[in-house]
Design a binder for this molecule. Structure first.
Ligand code: GLN
Length: 457
């Protein structure tokens, strides 16, 4: 099959099916077909990589030269970047064919994709039962598109769980790499010390193929780390005999439904059959992660989002009276409710007089959380837990209760605070809805995580 044929088939599927899911914000049909044609020529000339001519999609947070990049916001609804993110450029160079940009929570703030200016995304598994359930967020468009087989793979980002939680809720495989492994250049910033680009696809093997393209040092990102990039597919079949698994007891708490717990424990038993050993470990400060995150992430967001002022780019209000009117009305009209809530919280936490009590304190807690993981990894190779406390919930159920929404990330957020890599892998169903197994690794252990996930699939 040629890339043009393959691309046409996926575009056709998107046209027919995405009305139900709303997983795409922008579909770049003409560009995709032109790229596919060029890829077929490359292949004919013998210059193919593993990605030449393969269709995929980008979360609409990665800047794409000449293609609208909205970040799910009215603020950027008409923004066409004049440059590519490094991740975008890497896929382009490998010959991959982007079909468009996937839906997401506004500025990646959310766990349900309901804060998107472009409307909510509907979970394909929920719809199969005749129910309108959330796909998770913020990378809900990428997760739903992969789950509904509209694309074989999609990029995503994870600041507090936004790859793993939607992957779990949509029954696909997602990887959040070590902080610094994938360049953040051209990835619209939410909380810069936590944001990390990563991968979403049906299998661990496809995630490995994606990471092969995405990972690596980038001089344009000052937090990018200069470490060798292994071939992540090379070790997928290594035996797991002797793998030491730790189960953090704080992640098997009463927040977890018994049916979910049973699925996760069954997955762990499969690993034991493959020769792994299992022991309980403790992350005593994990319970502080949500509180610390909801100081640090909004604080960084309030600084990052100050650039959207109606002057440089993005939305601008009509007929401003003066500069102050331009700023205030542009931001009042351009940002949605959740984004405004975060800016207010963040500005407050950083203000003189409160900085020590909130921001500095949260940074100290962050350090303790990191130390818990370092201690755990002196005893075990990987940690396993549920990805989320429950399966996909009904749309609208948590929209008026931000704190309940924030608890969606109770098992994922500490990993971002520590900067560690982690995956969510499909591990069965509860009431016909997918459940995710979270596998957490030490710094730069992506190859081991992919290996463990692959052996389970
Ligand atoms: N749900 C979390 C939040 O709303 C995490 C989002 C993310 O990882 N981008 O901040």
């Amino acid at each position: 099959i040629s890339s043009v044929e393959l691309t046409q088939q996926f575009l056709e599927r998107i046209r027919q099916e995405d009305g139900k899911y709303n997983s795409f914000i922008t579909i770049t049909e003409d560009q995709a077909l032109a790229d596919a044609k060029a890829a077929d020529e490359q292949r004919a000339a013998g210059n193919a990589t593993a990605w030449t001519g393969i269709p995929f999609a980008h979360k609409d947070i990665f800047c794409t030269n000449g293609v609208r990049t909205t970040c799910g916001s009215k603020m950027l609804a008409d923004f066409v970047p004049p440059y590519d993110a490094t991740v975008t450029e890497n896929f382009r160079r490998a010959g991959a064919v982007s079909l468009g940009k996937t839906n997401m929570d506004e500025f990646a703030m959310g766990s349900s994709n309901e804060s998107s200016h472009f409307g909510p995304v509907t979970n394909p598994w929920g719809l199969a039962k005749g129910e309108k359930r959330v796909p998770g967020g913020s990378s809900g468009g990428s997760a739903a598109a992969v789950a509904a087989r509209l694309v074989p793979a999609a990029t995503a980002t994870d600041t507090g769980g936004s790859i793993r939680q939607p992957a779990a809720l949509c029954g696909v495989t997602g990887l959040k790499p070590t902080y610094g492994r994938v360049s953040r250049y051209g990835m619209i910033a939410f909380a810069s010390s936590l944001d990390q680009g990563g991968t979403m696809a049906r299998t661990a093997e496809d995630n490995a193929l994606m990471l092969n393209v995405m990972a690596g040092f980038d001089p344009k990102d000052s937090t990018s780390l200069d470490r060798e990039v292994p071939d992540y597919t090379a070790t997928l079949n290594e035996p797991l005999k002797g793998l030491r698994i730790g189960l953090p007891k704080e992640y098997f708490s009463d927040q977890l439904s018994p049916a979910m717990e049973e699925q996760v424990r069954a997955a762990v038993r499969e690993y034991e059959k493959l020769g792994a050993t299992v022991k309980e470990v403790s992350l005593p400060n994990a319970k502080l992660a949500i509180a610390a995150y909801y100081v640090i992430a909004p604080a960084e967001a309030s600084a990052n989002l100050s650039r959207f002022d109606g002057v440089r780019y993005g939305y601008r209000c009509d007929d401003p009276k003066d500069l102050m009117d331009l700023y205030t009305r542009t931001r009042a009209e351009g940002f949605g409710t959740e984004v405004k809530r975060r800016i207010l919280v963040g500005t407050y936490a950083l203000s003189a007089g409160y900085f020590d009590a909130y921001y500095l304190k949260a940074q100290k807690v962050r350090r303790l959380i990191r130390q818990d993981f370092i201690n755990a990894f002196s005893e075990v190779d990987v940690l396993m837990s549920p990805t989320t406390p429950s399966p996909a919930f009904i749309q609208g159920e948590k929209t008026n209760d931000p704190v309940t929404m924030y608890l969606e990330d109770v098992f994922t957020i500490a990993i971002n605070l520590a900067g560690l890599p982690a995956m969510s892998v499909p591990a069965g169903f509860v009431d016909g809805l997918p459940v995710g197994l979270q596998i957490i690794g030490d710094y730069f252990s992506e190859a081991r995580l992919l290996n463990a996930a692959h052996q389970f699939q």
